[in-house]
Design a protein. Structure first.
Length: 143
């Protein structure tokens, strides 16, 4: 009978150790899942922040391209446009950008199209464009 009681106690102790081990593994699994979700959120936030930076940089390049197109057109009415590659060291990042300006004569004036791309040639490149017409001023209107 005493042997039977000892066996029962050993079995209960083994079951308790097994239950504690299972509980510890479940806690570890929950912790790993939570850390995984935190890391996933951090990676997504970093991607979104990088994409926002690229979008703002492309918009700044577009604005600079519009100003450049207007200035060149004011200096030379035969301005046909240009491509402006901006090296990475001139921008706020480690990536290069590009501005393409196209000018086409129209009846109302000169149609200017400005396109900006940042980062240049990247898979996640942001592209922005803006088109506008600069009206021609005839010699009769000047008088």
């Amino acid at each position: 009978m005493i042997c039977h009681i000892r066996r029962l106690r050993r079995r209960q102790a083994a079951e308790q150790r097994g239950a504690v081990l299972v509980a510890a593994l479940v806690c570890l699994l929950v912790t790993v899942a939570m850390v995984g979700q935190l890391l996933r959120g951090a990676v997504q936030s970093r991607r979104a922040l990088r994409q926002e930076h690229h979008a703002r940089q492309a918009e700044q390049l577009l604005n600079a391209g519009v100003l450049l197109a207007v200035a060149h057109h004011e200096q030379n009415t035969a301005y046909a446009g240009e491509q402006w590659d901006v090296p990475a060291d001139e921008l706020s990042g480690h990536l290069a950008g590009r501005v393409v300006i196209e000018a086409e004569p129209e009846q109302q004036g000169i149609q200017l199209r400005v396109r900006a791309e940042y980062p240049l040639g990247g898979v996640s490149a942001v592209r922005r464009s803006y088109s506008f017409v600069i009206p021609t001023v005839s010699t009769q209107d000047k008088d």
